[in-house]
Design a protein around this ligand. Structure first.
Ligand code: AP5
Length: 225
């Protein structure tokens, strides 16, 4: 299956993608994670991306498009993928369409996580990530076993620089202006499916599994957890 997840910051795209990739055996392509990894490694791309990301603005299209194209051309993408946080502009959507057409791998579904502002605010202000391995937590929804410490690698949890209150407001404006128009675009192509991002992770996952079945996908779970 080839999926795109669209939704405002904090809609739970990354969290749900983590469940779906395990359940369905798909690769998870998160441009946010890829860019944060480049920043951590101090690559030229990371240095350029950091100034945009810290302010909550979008990284220039050509940088992100190249990153995604390279990832989708790797052999494991042929088994199916979840694009999380890409495309985010009309130019990115157009590029994705032509790349996938050339590869003979059209999109199956674009999932729009419609999410209320109250939920977004609560999720982003409570999100903590591991500074080392990147694992995602929430201070109340998904707390670590030991406060402030990653369950997986024992490193310190930090707040993402773009989760500060003033930056969240800017990210929401950027989303409304540059990304929300893609919802209409994918609605016109018949690929869009709207779901509630306000749901708890397991409830949303059930809704998605039903939706995939209704659309004729043979959902075979690859994980029993
Ligand atoms: P990116 O990392 O993609 O950020 P985003 O789209 O703003 O999304 P978030 O990661 O904030 O939220 P999410 O929906 O994944 O929610 P999550 O699952 O973490 O992008 C960051 C930046 O990179 C951009 O601003 C831009 O600068 C750059 N960038 C990335 N892609 C780009 C592109 N294509 N073009 C240009 N620039 C790009 O959940 C949030 C919190 O809520 C977590 O704490 C989680 O534990 C909790 N939670 C999640 N789901 C639930 C649930 N169902 N119930 C209860 N709690 C939940």
């Amino acid at each position: 299956m080839r999926l795109v997840l669209i939704g405002p910051p904090g809609a739970g795209k990354g969290t749900q993608a983590g469940v779906l990739m395990k359940d369905l055996g798909l690769i998870h392509v998160s441009t946010g994670d890829m860019l944060r990894e480049s920043i951590k490694k101090g690559t030229a791309l990371g240095l350029k991306a950091k100034e945009y990301m810290d302010q909550g603005s979008l990284v220039p299209d050509q940088l992100v498009i190249a990153l995604v194209k390279e990832r989708l051309e790797r052999p494991d993408a042929a088994k199916g993928f979840i694009l999380d946080g890409f495309p985010r502009t009309p130019e990115q959507a157009e590029s994705l369409g032509s790349t996938l057409q050339a590869m003979g791998m059209p999109l199956d579904v674009v999932l729009y996580f419609k999410t209320s502002i109250q939920v977004i605010t609560r999720r982003l202000s409570g999100r903590r990530i591991c500074g080392q391995c990147g694992k995602n937590y929430h201070v109340t929804n998904f707390p670590p076993k030991k406060t402030g410490i990653c369950d997986v690698c024992g490193s310190t949890l930090v707040q993402r620089p773009d989760d500060r209150e003033e930056t969240i407001a800017h990210r929401m404006e950027v989303y409304e202006k540059q990304t929300a128009p893609l919802i209409d675009h994918y609605c016109r192509t018949g690929l869009l499916a709207e779901v509630s991002g306000d749901l708890e992770v397991a409830d949303l996952n059930k809704v998605l599994m039903e939706l995939f079945k209704k659309r004729g996908f043979d959902v075979v779970l690859t994980s029993t957890s």
